[in-house]
Design a protein around this ligand. Structure first.
Ligand code: INI
Length: 155
């Protein structure tokens, strides 16, 4: 008989770190609200959530790694918005933050989830931050809870 491991989506008794970037704050604040709403609705306690603001998305991975290494959090949620402008900066920032968050997840052993909106323009970003295309912050918090439970079951 096969053994199936599946995570429950619950925040009860779990601790979370959130790293959120201030660049495009109009969007990232909505992602943070979405993430907090999701955590609370699934039983997480505000006192068990630590939020760290960083300047931009590029700066997220290093802080996420530190939070993971601290051993205090069951999962780390990364939130930010990288919006394509007229410069190639977008590609560098978007690529580095994606790679960096994946590296943090791998090297800390703590679920570290990607809740960074990458969009061609502000309208698209807003759509993904609580308007018609959902809220990536909410989705990231949900993934963090599921993974925290999967990791606990794997111990
Ligand atoms: N940071 C973002 O979070 N989003 C962006 O769209 C962005 N662009 O396009 O420049 C951005 N740049 C700043 C970067 O994340 C760092 O904060 C900065 O380079 C300092 O390390």
């Amino acid at each position: 008989m096969s053994k199936v491991l599946e995570g429950k989506i619950t925040g009860e008794g779990r601790t979370f770190g959130i790293v959120v970037s201030r660049f495009n704050e109009f969007v990232s604040l909505r992602l943070l609200e979405g993430a907090m709403d999701c955590l609370r609705r699934h039983g997480a306690n505000d006192d068990d959530v630590t939020i760290v603001w960083v300047p931009g998305a590029f700066d997220i991975p290093a802080v996420a790694k530190r939070m993971g290494d601290a051993g205090k959090y069951d999962a780390v949620v990364c939130l930010g918005a990288v919006i394509r402008g007229a410069t190639p900066h977008f590609d560098y920032v978007a690529a580095e933050v994606a790679k960096g968050v994946a590296n943090a997840a791998t090297h800390t052993g703590v679920p570290t989830v990607f809740g960074i909106v990458t969009a061609d323009n502000l309208e698209q970003a807003i759509e993904r931050a609580g308007a018609k295309a959902g809220n990536r912050g909410w989705d990231a918090a949900r993934a963090a809870m599921e993974l925290a439970d999967v990791y606990a079951r794997m111990e």
